[in-house]
Design a protein. Structure first.
Lengths: 213, 83
């Protein structure tokens, strides 16, 4: 993302020059994802908010040291994860790293196994018994309505923290897989496992909503 | 098409993300494509996942409380005022 790097130089220059509008915009654009990442490490939303605030203060203090060797956003998120880890240790909280390092250990089917024919089925083992409905025949305003949006937001809210962070960065914020991998210090395949499970659960929530009403 | 090689629908739904991410080995990718070409149910599932991704892209990320944002801007002014 070469254009981002050019943007970064401008952003940093504006911040160093004390441009309040730039700072306000960055805080508003990035803090949501920062909260989601902080919540992987700390116990509550309230503590996560404090971690994000601490991070921004640390960013302001160290802005003079930013050398532009990484993207500004990557640099900010590195400060964030360090701040969150320190905070988690102080809280005496064991950081549940297994969720990031080994998410595939506990299997979690994307779709309820009951919706498929038995492995022992004579003709169609593992094929759909209760197939998914087509959503492209639904009225578009149904899918795009506020209620569906609320269903999706709730579904994301209810995800385990590491899945929630990955879907927020990838699909809400549109980050690349590589950037998410760097920000969360997670392997490529684990990132995909987390994304897969998060999307599957949000899909299910949408399905339950559009099909029950 | 050999039945030994064919993927079941249950297997395909678990490969959907790797498929969309372009992370499958070429032969595995081909098996998924082959399945999708003949299975409208899995096609519908894939469409649902694509729609899910599109709809998730429309939600707002969580945000800091207004108070926290205000405090940060105050702090920024303090930093900016320093020589």
């Amino acid at each position: 993302m070469a254009e981002v790097a050019a943007d970064d130089a401008q952003l940093v220059a504006a911040l160093r020059a004390g441009d309040e509008a730039t700072f306000t915009r960055l805080v508003s654009d990035w803090s949501g994802s920062m909260l989601r990442v902080a919540q992987i490490y700390v116990s509550s939303r309230a503590v996560a908010e404090e971690v994000v605030q601490e991070t921004w203060l640390a960013v302001l203090r160290s802005l003079g040291q930013f050398e532009g060797r990484s993207m500004l956003r990557t640099w900010v998120f590195r400060i964030l994860t360090n701040t969150a880890k320190t905070r988690a240790q102080r809280e005496g909280r064991t950081v549940p790293l297994s969720a990031l390092r080994d998410p595939g250990r506990v299997p979690e089917p994307a779709v309820d196994p009951d919706r498929f024919l038995d492995e022992a089925h004579a003709r169609w083992p593992g094929h759909w018994a209760s197939p998914p409905a087509r959503w492209d025949t639904l009225p578009e305003e149904r899918l795009l309505g506020d209620e569906t949006r609320a269903v999706i937001e709730r579904a994301i809210e209810e995800l385990p923290p590491s899945q929630r962070a990955v879907i927020t960065l990838r699909d809400v914020q549109g980050w690349s897989a590589e950037e998410v991998r760097n920000a969360l210090e997670v392997s490529e395949s684990n990132q995909r496992v987390l994304l897969h499970r998060a999307r599957a659960k949000v899909r299910k929530a949408i399905e339950e909503y559009v099909e029950e009403t | 098409m050999s039945t030994v090689e064919a993927l079941s629908c249950q297997e395909v739904v678990e490969l959907v993300t790797d498929y969309l991410e372009g992370a499958l080995e070429p032969d595995e990718h081909a098996r998924v494509e082959q399945h999708l070409a003949g299975c409208t149910k899995c096609g519908a599932y894939l469409d649902q996942i694509r729609t899910t991704i599109r709809l998730v892209g429309r939600v707002d990320a969580a945000s800091l409380s207004a108070e926290a944002q205000h405090d940060l801007v105050e702090a920024f002014r303090g930093f900016a005022a320093r020589p």
